[in-house]
Design a binder for this molecule. Structure first.
Ligand SMILES: [Zn+2]
Length: 301
C-alpha cells in the first residue's frame, strides 16, 4: 500500500486544528501525552474485544446512554467494526474513542491519535459510521483515512519541534530511532513521518524479512514516498524494493540488516544511485532509501 499525499489546502486546514491543540496544551517539547489531549478535547476512551461479544455488547450498551445514533441502531457499530475490520473507531455522538483491546500497546498510541484526528477534522463527523444513504465508498474511505493519518502524525510529531530535530542530522535509521525516542513514538511511525515531510527524493518500506519470509504475508506492506521521490521514481514499485532487500540484508532476525547502494533508472530513464538501509524491529523490516547522486555515464573504449 502506498501513502497518499493530501492537497495543500486540506493539509493546511488540518494543521490549524492540530496546532491549536498544541497551543492549548502549552506544548514545549518531547512526547505528547494523549491522556492530556483527551482531557482537553473531552474525549472518552474505551477498549473493546471483537472476539468477546459480551464486551462489545457492553460498550454498545454504554453508548446507548449518550449516542443517539447508536441508540436507534445498535447494530450499526458492530457492522462498521466488522465491515472495515477496524482496530479502532471514533463515535462522534458522545465523543468516544473505541480501541480493540488486543492491539499491542505501542500501536494503541498511534490508533488513539488517529481517532483523535478524526474527532478534530470537522468534516469527518458525518462519515464516521455512515448511515443508510452514505455508505463509504472505498476511495472515499481511503481519503478520510489518509487525512486522519496525516493529522495523527502532525499531532504526535509537533511540526516546529519535529522539523528542527529531523533536520539536525542527515537522515538515517539511527537518526530516526533517536527521533522516535525523543517524541515517544514507534520507529515505524517516525520513519513514515520523516519520509512524508522530506524535501528530498527518499522512501521507506515496511515489510517482511527477506531471509525469513512467511509465505502468504505481504512482502512490502507499506511503501511510503516523499513527494519528490514519487515524482522522480514513479516507476519504482514494491517488487523492486523486495529484490534489492534480498541482495544485501543479512540473516539476523533483529537489529541492523545492512545497507547498499543501488542503481536505478528514474522516470526519464537516467541512472541514479540510491542508498538503502534496513533494520529489523523483530516484527517488521524497516527500510530507508535515499537518493545520493546521478550515476556517472560509463564510457567503454
Ligand atoms: Zn480512521
Amino acid at each position: 500500500m502506498k501513502n497518499i499525499h493530501l492537497d495543500k489546502r486540506t493539509a493546511k486546514d488540518i494543521d490549524q486544528h492540530i496546532d491549536r491543540v498544541h497551543r492549548d496544551l502549552g506544548y514545549t517539547d518531547g512526547m505528547i501525552m494523549l491522556p492530556q489531549v483527551r482531557e482537553l478535547l473531552r474525549l472518552d476512551l474505551h477498549y473493546y474485544q471483537l472476539d468477546d461479544p459480551k464486551l462489545l455488547d457492553e460498550v454498545v450498551h454504554k453508548l446507548r446512554v449518550g449516542a443517539k445514533q447508536v441508540i436507534n441502531r445498535p447494530g450499526l457499530l458492530l457492522d462498521a467494526v466488522r465491515k472495515f475490520d477496524l482496530n479502532a473507531l471514533f463515535i462522534p455522538d458522545g465523543k468516544r474513542i473505541l480501541i480493540d483491546g488486543r492491539v499491542p500497546d505501542l500501536k494503541k498510541r498511534w490508533y488513539e491519535s488517529h481517532e483523535v484526528a478524526h474527532s478534530l477534522i470537522p468534516w469527518h463527523a458525518e462519515y464516521m459510521l455512515g448511515d443508510d444513504k452514505e455508505t463509504l465508498s472505498q476511495s472515499c474511505h481511503q481519503f478520510i483515512e489518509a487525512e486522519a493519518n496525516y493529522g495523527s502524525g502532525r499531532l504526535l510529531f509537533p511540526h516546529n519541534n519535529f522539523t528542527e530535530a529531523r533536520l539536525s542530522s542527515e537522515i538515517s535509521i539511527d537518526h530516526v530511532r533517536k527521533l522516535a525516542k525523543h517524541f515517544g513514538n514507534t520507529i515505524t511511525s517516525t520513519l513514515w513521518r520523516c519520509v512524508e515531510q522530506s524535501e528530498h527524493a527518499i522512501f521507506a518500506a515496511v515489510g517482511e524479512h527477506p531471509k525469513h519470509y512467511c509465505e502468504g504475508n505481504s512482502k512490502i506492506e507499506y511503501f511510503v514516498r516523499s513527494e519528490k521521490f514519487e515524482q522522480q521514481f514513479q516507476n519504482v514499485c514494491e517488487e523492486d524494493i523486495w529484490g534489492w532487500k534480498q541482495s544485501y540484508c543479512g540473516y539476523n532476525k533483529s537489529g541492523p540488516l545492512g545497507c547498499s547502494e543501488i542503481q536505478v533508472a528514474d522516470i526519464d530513464g537516467e541512472l541514479q544511485v540510491l542508498l538503502m538501509e534496513s533494520f529489523s524491529n523483530s516484527h517488521n523490516v524497516l527500510t530507508l532509501g535515499c537518493w545520493v547522486r546521478p550515476q556517472p555515464i560509463q564510457v567503454f573504449f
